[in-house]
Design a protein around this ligand. Sequence first.
Ligand code: IPE
Ligand code: MG
Length: 230
Amino acid sequence: MDGNGRWAESRGLPRAAGHRNGVEAARGIIRCAPDLGIGTLTLYAFSADNWQRPETEVRALMWLLREYLRTATPECVENGVRLRVIGRRDRLPITLMAGIEKAEEATAAGRKLQLRVAIDYAAREAIVRAARALAGESDITRERFAAALGAVTHGGGPAPDLDLLVRSGGERRLSDFLLWEAAYAELWFSDVLWPDFKPSHLAEAVRWYHHRERRFGRVPAATTRPAAGA
Ligand code: IPE
Ligand code: MG
């Protein structure tokens, strides 16, 4: 979710106003996700590197996240949305930490949409934590690594593969988001600034996704011949 600051600045508003409108855009996207066939949606709300922003902006973001969790929880419960936060928690304000626990607990029965909000998240940090959890083991395979990453990041189960990664705001980079999980993700970059990002923009990305031929290293289906000896 990128472009909140530029959206505000272009209107002569403080950056926090961009973040406030960004939250509203996120609400719209969360509501439409199940209808677009999305079962798991991860929103990158605050990266570990975002701590380097001015203190006033960080404080505004922490307050907004807390408010979002508080106000969105009833709607999540009603719509079958299970909310989970990924990322470090030990550096967050105590009120936000408590808010996360409350929201996760209240929405635990949700089955329609797995909503993950990444707060103080960095993919390389998550990978290092998974590596640490496996330290000393002799047989480290991809499967075991994915299991360790799933345990430290996603609350259990193997780290899920990401199908489609959408970045708004015009930049063409991943910025330390779900690097392991995105190994075969289709990448969609939109120039729309996040506060202007509507369900129709996500629908466009999903339509594009459905036309991608996902080969995972194989040749196109039409040219498949049995391998020698098969
Ligand atoms: C939102 O957009 C991303 C967050 C960290 C909340 P930005 O705040 O990065 O907006 P720009 O890139 O300055 O426009
Ligand atoms: Mg940005």
